[in-house]
Design a protein around this ligand. Sequence first.
Ligand SMILES: [Zn+2]
Ligand SMILES: [Zn+2]
Length: 363
Amino acid sequence: MKRIFITVGVLMAITTIHCFSQNLSNTQLEHMRLQSQRKEINLPDILGYKTLKGDFHMHTVFSDGIVWPTLRVDEAWQEGLDAIAITEHIEHRPHREFVKGDHNSPYDIALPRARQLDIILIRSGEITRSMPPGHLIAMFLDDVNALETPDVNDALQAAADQGAFIFWCHPGWKAQQPDTALWMPEHQELFDKGLIHGIEVFNEKEWYPIALDWGLEKDLAILGFSDIHIVTSHYYDLTNGHRPMSLIFAQQRSEEAIKEAMFEGRTVAWFDNKLAGKEEYLRAIFDASVTFIDTGIERRDRKQVKVRNHYAIPFFITDSEGNSVVLPPEREIVVPMKSGTTSFEVTNLFIKGTEHLKVEISL
Ligand SMILES: [Zn+2]
Ligand SMILES: [Zn+2]
């Protein structure tokens, strides 16, 4: 018995010595590290196009943001995006004393990381002027430095000379339009010269319904972006929601195809589980996402209908009698419905500033 105790004791001692001798200089506790992972956003392709997810308005330390450009790529990868544009203020660089480089640097720094993670990175910049015309982002640039000019018209022309897609940012931002958001004569002039191709109807956490009406009237690309300056997970609830972004209906997953789609206005804004844009795209997304199947069961003159939402956007529907139901993402629910044709509004899909998509179902 005593010998066994001695043997066990010796074994334990050897094991202990062995463990410690192995770990004395550096023990890697890998389980402490959070495994980085991409959360896919499952959306339907529509009308023969691929549905791409892009955030084309964000900042880093190269203007007034607080993060390094590669972090923007990592965030985009984790959040399931296809494409981003880092859009530094050309005229506002508060960290300039500490951060060297020029207006192309954030793109150049982030590009290798974007290639590694297969995120499409678009060279862009934000022309940052007082109102009018306010702030305008130029995308698909070759050289952002060319946009640093005293006169805003020269900056926009320099962008146009590079074939840029230009959009008006946060048109209802109270710091620049304190009373009522206005499409000013200066914006009309830029539009007439072909220097405005898109408009943000949503920015950061602000929704501008009036800008949706302007954009639809003038056939602009309807856009919504984060304009994030800090870390996205510090600003948005990414567990229960998503960052603001735009959906781009492109011929393929490439920068060229995104550019073509944006100039053709094949975009919708997606923010706070709302979609805003041209009716044909919102209808196509709804139709591709939701199926109605009659179970054949009737209760109190109502058919029991299985309604399945196959994709990531929830739909809030209200019928003509005021009954509302939510179709949660990637779930099926059973809804009692009348026989014949039922009309309802999808109250989180905006086809105008104050108008929702209307849908009819015949059972
Ligand atoms: Zn801005
Ligand atoms: Zn901005």
